[in-house]
Design a binder for this molecule. Structure first.
Ligand code: GTP
Ligand code: MG
Length: 317
């Protein structure tokens, strides 16, 4: 009688456990959701055991993915907190992914502490998961895709992803979110943000937060000038996240954009773009693991072959 290899048994066991967790999380069990996320973080390939549900997610889920990005300290977490309150008043369920560039991948206490949505902590219509971005070019951790799928299975109406807009991550969020909110503030040296290539394209809604401090109007004027020159028409919301000023307007602008995506059919283009990025992330992991599996003696032999080729070439010694 043929027996299964040990790896296959482990995988079967894992997929059985994952199926069980998925059954539970679909009934609203947040503990099961947290455990399922950890499963994915450890093994992104488990995604392939979601086949049946995957179809359903893709065809039926209307969870709207909002990316909130911007300079460090611009007020992203405070703004997200206020926006979540507005969504909760409408009875919407919200899943949050907070990406912190400095926290190691431990389920991320760091940002969890900072975001500390005190009011929402005991609210079962809200779930917060933070993740580190360390080791990932571009800031967003690859497992963001798996978490999104699990959030969709759970049935969140809105999925909010907060990323610090350092380096490339503003551009990355554009591959993941349906609506990108770019938070600028007069205290964050955001004149520089405005000059960055690509920023006009990725933002769907601009927020000038900290409208209560000096420089906010000037920042708005500069942004308007740049948008005019580029012949781009996008909304600018002025907000004071700490007092809740401007949050209703932000809510409305995101709704308008959401409706626009459905009316124009762009929503499926964005979903396809996200799936493609997901596939790329999985492929990248596979390539990395193949590279790691190459024996060092083989690598030495390959180096010697290349060395010999160089020596034979007209440029060689
Ligand atoms: N004056 C003023 N302060 C604000 C406003 N919004 C946020 N802050 C303060 O700005 C600081 C940074 O706010 P956060 O919400 O943590 O900013 P963040 O963009 O999430 O920061 P990182 O995640 O570290 O990049 C906090 O001390 C907030 O209280 C605002 O509208 N006006
Ligand atoms: Mg924050």
């Amino acid at each position: 009688m043929e027996t299964d290899k040990p790896e296959k048994l482990v995988l079967n066991q894992k997929s059985a456990q994952l199926s069980e967790l998925i059954k539970k999380l679909r009934k609203g069990d947040q503990m099961a959701l947290a455990k399922a996320i950890t499963f994915f973080e450890n093994d992104p390939e488990l995604i392939f055991y979601l086949q049946g549900e995957l179809q359903e997610i893709l065809t039926q889920s209307k969870s709207h993915i909002v990316g909130v990005t911007g300079s460090p300290g611009a007020g992203k977490s405070t703004l997200t907190d206020a926006y979540v309150s507005a969504l909760r008043r409408e009875g919407k369920k919200v899943g949050i992914i907070a990406v912190d560039p400095s926290s190691p991948f431990t389920g991320g206490a760091l940002l969890g502490d900072r975001i500390r949505m005190k009011r929402h902590f005991s609210d079962d219509g809200v779930f917060i998961r933070s993740m580190g971005s360390r080791g990932n070019v571009g800031g967003l951790n690859d497992s963001v895709f798996g978490v999104i799928m699990l959030y969709k299975l759970y049935g969140f109406d809105y999925i909010i992803i907060e990323t610090v807009g350092a380096g490339q991550s503003e551009v990355d969020i554009a591959y993941v979110a349906d609506t990108v909110v770019l938070v600028l503030s007069p205290s964050s040296g955001d004149e520089i943000q405005l000059m960055k290539a690509g920023i006009m394209e990725i933002a769907d809604v601009f927020v000038i937060n900290k409208a209560d401090i000096e420089g906010a109007e000037l920042l708005k004027m500069n942004l308007e000038t740049i948008l005019n020159i580029s012949e781009v028409c996008k909304p600018i919301v002025m907000s004071v996240a700490t007092s809740g000023k401007g949050i209703d307007e932000l809510y409305n602008e995101i709704e308008k954009h959401r409706i626009h995506l459905y009316e124009t059919g762009e929503i499926s283009q964005r979903a396809n773009r996200r799936m493609k990025k997901h596939a790329e992330a999985i492929l990248d992991k596979r390539i990395q693991s193949v590279l790691r599996s190459i024996d060092s003696n083989d690598v030495n032999a390959m180096v010697n072959t290349v060395l010999a080729e160089i020596c034979k070439s007209p440029f060689g010694g």
